[in-house]
Ligand binder design. Structure first.
Ligand code: PMV
Length: 319
């Protein structure tokens, strides 16, 4: 069975603000989901009857990208689910890619658009940052203005998100996974309510957008000191918007002095934090002693790709 694989991601700058059209930057990581399919006489996922309730993303991917007979789908993942590392986007992107390829319609822009539609169907309000990063790989800047290295534009109602390639090199991150699951939708809604009623919150959202643009420059220059201080500022703003968590703050505190900067990544309210460091072992120990699960990730990895019949093997590098 031909397997298509797609990477998870970390959001380096701009989560939540991106939902309001502000810029955000995400980096593809070296944890992946692979998906393959075969025409069959009934719909199954990994040998189980496909049910919308349990296989929400694959079912919605079928609605978006498949026309034809029932399918036997196989998926495999080494991204911890609920960790904020983009496992649902990677499942979606790899499945959509497999379906379009089976119909000889594979195209990166189409995979990104259809995968975004799938996430919106399943999650409600969402930005295309996760699905575009999982499709393209490397680093992806999503912004309201079209600039250099534009790759595609994703539209939803009045909103246009322009995705751009961002080169990433020489950066190593440690993810600190809290094990606390928080749903993205309610967190996005809570930020929206705050922003609608509070001018200060609106200003914070705009400042996060500026941080993303300053961050892109710093990433292009591999300026770790600058990236780190922007991460710290972004974290403080996200906490002020109400999406932090005391456990995330404990991890951030524990990593101080061993990293350039750290912040929560993704929706917050639990999930994971990231630290940019040259001392991955030291940061892993700090996260572990604060009670978290450390995962070392490489960034700037390939986007969706055909892996022939190779599955994703191995587990995340935990220490
Ligand atoms: O839950 P995650 O890790 O996929 O992050 C969501 C990022 C948000 O900006 C909060 C929502 C979005 O769709 O952009």
């Amino acid at each position: 069975m031909a397997m298509w694989s797609a990477p998870g991601k970390i959001i380096l700058f701009g989560e939540h603000a991106v939902v309001f059209g502000e810029p955000a930057l995400a980096l593809a990581i070296d944890l992946r989901v692979s998906s393959g399919l075969q025409v069959s006489d009934r719909y199954t996922v990994n040998g189980h009857t496909m049910r919308r309730k349990y296989h929400a993303y694959i079912s919605a991917a079928l609605d978006e990208a498949w026309e034809g007979p029932p399918l036997k789908m196989n998926t495999d993942s080494n991204i911890p689910s609920g960790s904020g590392l983009g496992s649902s986007a990677a499942v979606t992107v790899s499945s959509v890619a497999a379906m379009l390829a089976e119909r000889n319609r594979f195209d990166h822009g189409d995979v990104a658009t259809k995968s975004f539609n799938v996430e919106r169907r399943v999650q409600g309000r969402a930005s295309p940052i996760d699905t575009s990063t999982s499709t393209h790989g490397h680093g992806v800047l999503v912004s309201p203005e079209k600039g250099d290295r534009h790759i595609w534009t994703i539209s939803s109602g009045p909103q246009d998100w322009h995705a751009h390639h961002c080169e990433v090199r020489g950066l190593e991150f440690v993810v600190g996974y809290t094990g606390i699951h928080a749903s993205t939708g309610p967190l996005v809604d809570s930020v929206r309510s705050l922003v609608e009623s509070d001018g200060e919150a609106k200003r914070m959202i705009r400042r996060i957008g500026e941080i993303s643009m300053e961050g892109v420059e710093a990433v292009r220059n591999a300026d770790k000191v600058r990236i780190g201080s922007l991460m710290d500022e972004n974290h403080r703003l996200l906490c002020a918007l109400g999406v932090g968590h005391p456990v995330l703050d404990e991890f951030v505190e524990a990593c101080k002095g061993r990293c350039y900067g750290s912040k929560l990544t993704g929706a917050g309210g639990g999930g994971s934090m990231i630290a940019l460091t040259d001392d991955a072992d030291g940061v892993c120990r700090a996260v572990s002693s604060a009670g978290g699960t450390p995962i070392v990730v490489k960034v700037g990895c390939d986007g969706v790709r055909l892996d022939r019949d190779r599955r994703v093997h191995g587990r995340p590098r935990k220490r």
